[in-house]
Write a protein that binds this ligand. Structure first.
Ligand code: SAM
Length: 269
């Protein structure tokens, strides 16, 4: 089908297959072709790129990605969408759809074996697991070029705010740069969600250091306590010494440390 995102086409497909958007799977389908075209235009995708899409839904974004990319590999959790996707994307022979929870996918293996040097992730993410998915992608150490994700506007603002620090923002900073590319009105979705959305892009430059997860988990156990108190359990009587060697003030709170501070600390694990 051409232009799946047109309201009439989306309605036709949902009616034909008796589909109701599932709340459980965070389904809000994009129903504005121009918005989808703008999103795809802003990505660095060409015919030498493999795109991994998380949650194709009924294929509205997938269709536009397939027109630009060499290959599109989609992971969709909702098996009810199989028949509709078979129809909506039947003309696109460069699209593979795998019905699997993305959070169980061996992403590194998929990326390394897809046959493309340049691999980007593009997704209109289900809101209920946005952070889990971004963390999963980063921690996977998959050699990706970039990630382009639609998330709640508030989440996008937090993730890109220089003054906001969380374990996830530190993980992102450790691998590359994040930016907020464009805001998206809630009115271009069906059903209409409660809040507006935004697209964030992360361009990856460094491989993820898996020890960072351990350090961050311990450091943010109690956000209001000092870094010394949080790390005491991990480094015992050496805590003071290690913080000193890393040039970190023991009285600082976990959100006051930089990503480089945390990377220095991983050397003492
Ligand atoms: N891409 C479509 C669009 O833009 O219209 C649908 C986006 S909708 C917000 C999120 C999609 O992610 C749904 O199709 C949902 O079934 C799927 N999904 C939710 N959780 C998932 C998971 N853990 N793994 C893979 N897909 C998931």
């Amino acid at each position: 089908m051409k232009d799946i995102a047109k309201k009439s086409n989306t309605e036709y497909l949902l009616n034909k297959y008796h589909l109701k958007a599932s709340k459980k799977f965070g389904q809000n389908f994009l129903i504005d072709l121009n918005t989808i075209k703008k999103i795809v235009e802003k990505t660095p995708i060409d015919n030498q790129t493999c795109v991994i899409e998380i949650g194709p839904g009924i294929g509205a974004l997938t269709e536009q990605l397939a027109q630009k990319a060499g290959k599109v590999i989609c992971f969709e959790i909702d098996t009810r969408l199989k028949d509709v996707l078979d129809e909506s994307l039947s003309e696109y022979h460069n699209v593979d759809i795998i019905f699997q929870d993305f959070l169980t996918v061996d992403l590194k293996k998929i990326v390394e074996e897809c046959g493309y040097q340049k691999v980007c992730i593009v997704a209109n993410l289900p809101y209920y697991i946005t952070s889990d998915i971004i963390e999963y992608i980063i921690v996977s150490q998959a050699p990706l070029y970039s990630i382009h994700a639609m998330v709640q506007k508030e989440v996008a603002q937090k993730l890109t705010d220089e003054n906001y620090t969380s374990p996830l923002t530190l993980m992102i900073k450790s691998v590359g740069n994040i930016s907020l590319d464009m805001n998206i009105s809630k009115n271009v979705f069906e059903p209409v969600p409660h809040v507006d959305s935004a697209i964030i892009s992360i361009y990856l430059q460094n491989q993820y250091n898996p020890l960072l997860t351990q350090i961050l988990k311990k450091s943010f156990t109690q956000k209001r306590k000092t870094i010394y108190n949080n790390l005491k359990e991990l480094f015992n009587e050496n805590t003071n010494d290690i913080l000193l060697k890393c040039d970190i003030d023991i009285k600082k709170r976990p959100e006051q440390l930089t990503v480089n501070d945390y990377l220095k600390l991983t050397k003492y694990l």
